[in-house]
Structure formats: structure tokens, C-alpha cells
Design a protein around this ligand. Structure first.
Ligand SMILES: [Zn+2]
Length: 113
């Protein structure tokens, strides 16, 4: 599977996660999605705040801001239901709450997550 194929599957999976979350009474806004390597460095290189091997650099990650009943929910625990659903959507789906940020949803690829 090419990286482009995987990016497109990732985008479909994000749309499923968003639809599922709204069905559960959550609302979302986007945080970081793609990180430009001109600003953040190529894969394996750290130039800014992100991780050197971030899947954001491959367009395989998105950070989602979570809301319920008008309240902004920042804890990893608040994201857990979404994370549990996320990992059912694809064999490479990884939820950031298991290793770093609870608002990070990605597909692992070549050592990036
Ligand atoms: Zn992230």
C-alpha cells in the first residue's frame, strides 16, 4: 500500500471517528493535522515542538479538541472512549492516550505514530 493510499484510508477513518463522536454527544474541532516538514523537519528530524518521528509529518495523524455540553475536555481520560473506538477502525490505528497525548489519533507507519 502506498503512503497516499494509507493517507486516504486515514482520512476516511477520521471521518468515521468524528461521526461516531457526535453520535455520542461529543463535539470536536481540529488541532494539528499535517505538519509541514519545512517547519517541523523531515521524518526523524526535530525542528519544532513536535516529535521527530511524528505521523503528523506523513499526514497520518490528527489532534482533536474534544467538547461535551459546551465544555472543553482536555484530559486523556476524556478522550478514552474515542480512543477505544479509533483503534477498531484500522489495524494501524493508534490512540495517543496509550503513549503520549490523549487528543492524538494516528496510523502507525514506518516507526512513526
Ligand atoms: Zn498529535
Amino acid at each position: 500500500m502506498s503512503l497516499g493510499d494509507k493517507q486516504r484510508l486515514f482520512t476516511i477513518a477520521v471521518s468515521k471517528l468524528i461521526g461516531w463522536a457526535y453520535g455520542q454527544g461529543y463535539e470536536l474541532t481540529f488541532g494539528d493535522a499535517s505538519r509541514d516538514p519545512r517547519l517541523h523537519g523531515k521524518v526523524g528530524e526535530k525542528k519544532a515542538y513536535g516529535h521527530a518521528k511524528s505521523a503528523h509529518k506523513k499526514r497520518l495523524a490528527v489532534d482533536l479538541n474534544l467538547f461535551k455540553e459546551g465544555k472543553y475536555l482536555t484530559s486523556t481520560a476524556a478522550h478514552e472512549p474515542l480512543g477505544e473506538y479509533w483503534v477498531t477502525l484500522h489495524e494501524d490505528a493508534v490512540w495517543g492516550g496509550t503513549f503520549k497525548d490523549g487528543n492524538h489519533y494516528s496510523f502507525k507507519d514506518g516507526g512513526c505514530a
